[in-house]
Structure formats: structure tokens, C-alpha cells
Design a protein around this ligand. Structure first.
Ligand SMILES: [Zn+2]
Length: 201
């Protein structure tokens, strides 16, 4: 009599079960990882303005192309002409082992500190590695590895493609006491990437 209800429940249960049964396993990070640098935002919607009136997109235009030129196994990816997921997919198709998406935080001009963002716990190791190294380099205050939020779209796309990665917000661009000139962040990133490339197993 209630066979159709049973069938419906079975269908819902199985559909749900197959979606969530197994966490996605990311491929391990090799000795000389290919590191994709995804610039947050796009030319037509360039993100928050910093204390100098420079958008997140333009700020990183003074960093990421230079980092690419001075490191091996890196490439910059843009959202222009595509979506957030599209830029992540471009990085995956390139063969990225690590994907970092770059932003600057902004709030009310007086908040400070650094954070990285993840979607899944499996991303915590790389997010923590980047954040701790940045904190040691910069002396910034630690806002921690955060989960979900507005970073979800990109960090979920990294996770679903089985590639390690996180979103990075190294400072608050609207706070003069927290702002970091692009040349300084550039030096850190070049060192961080070169260290990753020379790491022993
Ligand atoms: Zn942003």
C-alpha cells in the first residue's frame, strides 16, 4: 500500500548516500609541486579597494606575474572571461598540485590580521603551512584557518577536483596599520614557493 513511499525513500536515501558516501581524496603533494596562483576577482569586478585606492585585482597584478617569472613550476590564473570554478578548472587542467587563490581582507579600516580559508579538513595542512610561514615572515596577527564563508566556491572546486589548496587573505587592505606593500608580499611568495620546490621528501 505504501510501496511508492518506500520506493521514494529508497531513492532519496540512495541518492543522498551516493553523494556523501566517500570523501574525495586529494592527490599527494609531490617534491616539486606545480603551484597555481589564482588572482581573486576580475577586471570588471576587481574587489575591495585598499588604503591607496587599489583593488585586490590590481594589487595582485603587481605581485603574481613577477612571482611567476621568478619561480619554477608556477603559473597565474585569472577569472577574466570565466567563473571562479572556471579559473580553478584551468589550474587543474594545467596539472596543479597546489592552488592558492589570493585576496586582501577589508572590513571597517581598523581590523587586522591574516587568514587562510578551506572547504574541507583535508585542506587544513596546506592552509596552515602557508599561514604559519606568512605569520613568521610578517609578524601579522593570526586570524586562523577558517572554513566555508565566501571562500566556499573556490575552495570547494579545489576539493572536488582532488587538488590541495586554499584561499589566502594575508592582511586587511583597508587598514593602514595592516597593509603590506606588494613588493614585500612578493618576496615572501617567491621564498615560500622556492622552498616548496627544494623540499626533500
Ligand atoms: Zn577578495
Amino acid at each position: 500500500m505504501f510501496g511508492w513511499i518506500k520506493r521514494l525513500f529508497k531513492k532519496i536515501f540512495h541518492a543522498d548516500h551516493s553523494d556523501h558516501s566517500r570523501p574525495i581524496e586529494s592527490k599527494p603533494i609531490p617534491n616539486k609541486p606545480k603551484i597555481a596562483l589564482v588572482r581573486g576577482h576580475k577586471r570588471s569586478a576587481p574587489g575591495a579597494l585598499n588604503i591607496h585606492g587599489v583593488s585586490e585585482y590590481d594589487y595582485y597584478s603587481e605581485i603574481l606575474p613577477q612571482v611567476f617569472e621568478r619561480t619554477e613550476n608556477t603559473r597565474e590564473f585569472l577569472r577574466d572571461g570565466t567563473t571562479i570554478e572556471g579559473a580553478i578548472q584551468d589550474a587543474v587542467n594545467w596539472g596543479a598540485d597546489i592552488i592558492i587563490e589570493f585576496h586582501c581582507d577589508a572590513y571597517n579600516g581598523s581590523v587586522n590580521g591574516s587568514s587562510t580559508w578551506i572547504y574541507d579538513e583535508s585542506q587544513r595542512a596546506i592552509a596552515s603551512d602557508l599561514l604559519v610561514d606568512w605569520l613568521n615572515f610578517s609578524g601579522k596577527s593570526n586570524r586562523g584557518v577558517k572554513k566555508g564563508g565566501r571562500a566556499t566556491t573556490s575552495t570547494r572546486a579545489m576539493y572536488r577536483n582532488g587538488v590541495q589548496g586554499c584561499l589566502f587573505e594575508p592582511f586587511f587592505g583597508d587598514n593602514a596599520n595592516d597593509y603590506v606593500p606588494p613588493q614585500v608580499l612578493q618576496i615572501f611568495l617567491i621564498d615560500w614557493i622556492n622552498e616548496k620546490q627544494s623540499a626533500k621528501a
